[in-house]
Design a binder for this molecule. Structure first.
Ligand SMILES: Cc1ncc(C[n+]2csc(CCOP(=O)(O)OP(=O)(O)O)c2C)c(N)n1
Ligand SMILES: [Mg+2]
Length: 325
């Protein structure tokens, strides 16, 4: 594996822009939720932005990405438009799944992004299926699967990893360890808290990285991708991360230890890149303000678009049923 170069100014700005877009998109979604523009479940990605942005940047468009339900940031990082994502949240036409899926269901064939699974851990075997397809077709693509620390406790995940390793499938298991599964902290759900070591049980390569540092995520996913594509088999990559908000919009997150959130925010992914852009590349306050203003307009436009869009035609209600009638 070659030594990776430090990111350029343009690369850092592009990542910062995407992470800031996701942050503001999610904050506006939270507001829309309190305004009852968005109903039902809504799981925000705030705090974890560097994982999706760094990981996606290290992949090719032909690679498959599979996600669970904390998915808005992951599909935005893949290039979905803020309009299509916000309209999906609002349950409107123009949504990325026609407004029929909602927060937990955002998928796009064009983006090779198959997401939106509410069954914790249930999506991981599907990613292994996609990785099998990559190997079968010999097209050089791979599959990356995001899943959480809670999902890591599911039997299906272990089985999926075992098969992927046995068949040396081109798959990256990207475990986003944010230390909570709903209100249950990691040490209350798992004896083993260094979750990457789960891969030892199937003989799979594994390592850990900071999920706060977008450049570190990029570099590590690149290494994992190189490994997976070369036929050496899958990798379990554990990203240490944290979600700032509750599990979903209905969770006030009272289970955190006092001061924990403030401590984690010291490694905020946006602040880290701001510091780097400033110290290494002389970025000014005006530079940041210009970008922030631009993103503000983009997310407000997404909100306005979603708010003005019609609800899906009721005649489509049964379109996606397995059984007619
Ligand atoms: C099979 C199954 N069990 C339980 C639930 C309820 N549930 C929804 S999300 C969640 C926590 C999952 O946590 P994690 O995998 O760490 O993901 P995070 O929410 O932190 O992104 C649970 C237990 C579910 N949806 N599916
Ligand atoms: Mg979790």
């Amino acid at each position: 594996m070659g030594e990776s170069k430090p990111p350029s100014r343009d690369q850092l700005w592009a990542w910062y822009r995407q992470m800031f877009l996701i942050r503001r998109f999610e904050e506006l979604a939270a507001k829309a939720y309190t305004q009852r523009k968005i109903m039902g479940f809504c799981h925000l990605y705030i705090g974890q932005e560097a994982v999706a942005v760094g990981a996606t940047a290290a992949l090719n468009p032909a690679d498959t990405i599979v996600g669970a339900y904390r998915i808005h940031g992951q599909i935005l990082a893949r290039g979905a438009t803020p309009r299509s994502c916000m309209a999906e949240l609002f349950g409107r036409q123009g949504g990325i799944c026609g407004g029929i899926g909602g927060s937990m269901h955002m998928a796009s064939k064009e983006l090779n992004f198959y997401g939106g699974y509410g069954i914790v851990g249930g999506h991981v075997p599907l990613a292994v299926g996609a990785a099998f397809a990559s190997k079968y077709r010999e097209d050089g693509s791979l599959a990356l699967c995001y899943f959480g620390d809670g999902a890591a406790q599911q039997g299906a995940v272990f089985e999926a990893m075992a098969l992927a390793q046995l068949w040396k499938l081109p798959c990256i298991f990207l475990l986003e360890n944010n230390f909570y599964a709903m209100g249950t902290s990691l040490e209350r759900q798992s004896y083993l808290t260094e979750l990457q070591k789960r891969a030892d049980g199937v003989g799979m390569n594994h390592w850990q990285m900071s999920g706060f540092d977008v450049a570190e995520v990029y570099e590590n996913v690149q290494k994992a991708a190189e490994h997976a594509r070369s036929g050496q088999g899958p990798v379990l990559l554990e990203a240490i991360t944290y979600r700032y908000r509750g599990h979903s919009m209905s969770d006030p997150a009272k289970y955190r230890k006092a001061g924990e959130l403030e401590e984690k925010k010291k490694q905020d992914c946006l602040s880290l890149v701001e510091q780097r852009l400033t110290s290494e590349f002389g970025a000014s306050e005006a530079d940041f303000k210009g970008l922030h203003d631009e993103i503000e307009q983009i997310v407000q436009d997404a909100y306005d678009f979603a708010d003005a869009a019609p609800v899906p035609d009721p005649s489509r209600l049964y379109d996606f049923n397995l059984v007619d009638g």
